[in-house]
Design a protein around this ligand. Structure first.
Ligand code: UT7
Length: 329
């Protein structure tokens, strides 16, 4: 991406709903226990949206903070992308709802669907709009309300997910900083391993789809786990090579927060000490598109990055998809 202007993060914000659902709360709903959930996933609790909150409400709160931290007004925004698999409605897009709520009158707006990889896919998309000069800035939000598509009678999935939103504003930054490389990919053959089958044009909503629980997340956990370990490694290596960096040069590793064991396998492969890895899966569980920005923004709030640090973000998810990027903070 040499020769074009440098693009990086100029503002950050996050939001999680107030209500906390702990492992012991889940013990009362399904046949599970804290010991199993913590040892198999690293999750202790997750935040759950209030009945009146939709994905755009979470996204809006994160967006306001990101704009504030960038020192920008909504009117200055050129582009809004919301990465989500739980949009408020099929259409209009959640990005259009945010555009109106913020009063970002000049901004183009669309949603991007790449499940848990959606935030990195969106960063790549918007970075290229800015690098080529079509736009000067963009608001990227990863937001999901997975609780709305979770079957709380299915112990295989209901312990894993939470709700939240993370947002960044990106724009031109001094040469030598910003995004150095992206590695995006998809393996559509694995689509059936992690999906929500009902309500689309293939299987429109009907009493039968409701009875068959086709409006909930279905996941083959073991197969997704194997995919995750494989692509976390390969995408990390690919994106480092593209950036001309070595694993020793990573100052902060920001992985998708799905399962502590997946994160640890990536850390082992990179020989990373714990202080170089952001882990908050214990507090928020898997929040899909919000997971990486929640981790990144929390790290920023805790001053874990200083100017010039090399940050590597990597995620995987439904599609199946993966996305990684290297950023000089
Ligand atoms: O963002 C991308 C989305 N997804 C992921 O990243 C998920 C990737 N997969 C995983 O994280 C793991 O595969 C899981 C956490 C979902 C499952 O862990 P696992 O070590 O692969 O467990 P398993 O599916 O092999 O199940 C082991 C046992 C089973 O019992 P049996 O058949 O051996 O008797 C399950 O029925 O654990 C049982 N089990 C539970 N027990 C207590 C499954 N869920 C639970 C539960 N509580 N909540």
């Amino acid at each position: 991406m040499n020769g074009l202007r440098a693009v990086g993060i100029i503002g950050t914000g996050k939001y999680v709903p107030e209500k906390i659902l702990t492992n012991s709360d889940l013990e009362k709903i399904v046949d599970t226990n804290d010991e199993w959930i913590v040892s198999r996933t690293g999750i202790k609790e997750r935040h759950i949206a209030a009945p009146e909150q939709a994905t755009s409400d979470l996204a809006y709160e994160a967006a306001i903070k990101a704009l504030e931290s960038a020192g920008m007004t909504a009117e200055e925004l050129d582009l809004i992308i919301v990465a989500t698999v739980t949009p408020d409605t099929f259409f209009p897009s959640t990005a259009c709802i945010i555009q109106e709520k913020l009063g970002a009158k000049r901004a183009a707006a669309f949603d991007l669907s790449a499940a848990c990889s959606g935030f990195v896919y969106s960063l790549a998309t918007a970075t290229n709009f800015i690098k080529t000069g079509m736009y000067n800035n963009a608001l990227i939000i990863g937001a999901d309300c997975l609780s709305r598509i979770t079957d709380y009678t299915d112990r295989n999935t209901c312990v894993l997910f939470g709700d939240g939103a993370g947002a960044v504003v990106i724009g031109e930054v001094p040469e030598g900083r910003g995004f150095l490389s992206f590695d995006l990919g998809a393996e559509g053959s694995g689509g059936p391993l992690l999906n929500l089958a009902g309500g689309g044009s293939r299987l429109p909503s009907s009493p039968q789809t409701i009875e068959d629980k086709k409006h909930f997340i279905y996941m083959n956990g073991r197969e997704v786990f194997k995919f995750a370990v494989r692509v976390m490694g390969s995408a990390t290596e690919a994106v480092l090579t593209k950036a001309g960096k070595t694993k020793e040069e990573i100052d902060l590793f920001v992985p998708h927060q799905a399962n502590i064991r997946i994160i640890q396998s990536a850390m082992n492969r990179l020989d990373l000490p714990p202080e170089k890895c952001v882990i908050n899966v214990d507090k928020y569980a898997n929040t899909s598109a919000a997971s990486i920005p929640l981790a990144l923004v929390e790290a920023a709030e805790q001053n874990r990055m200083k100017e010039g640090d090399t940050v590597l973000m990597v995620g995987f998810g439904g599609g199946l998809t993966w996305g990684a990027c290297v950023l000089v903070w």
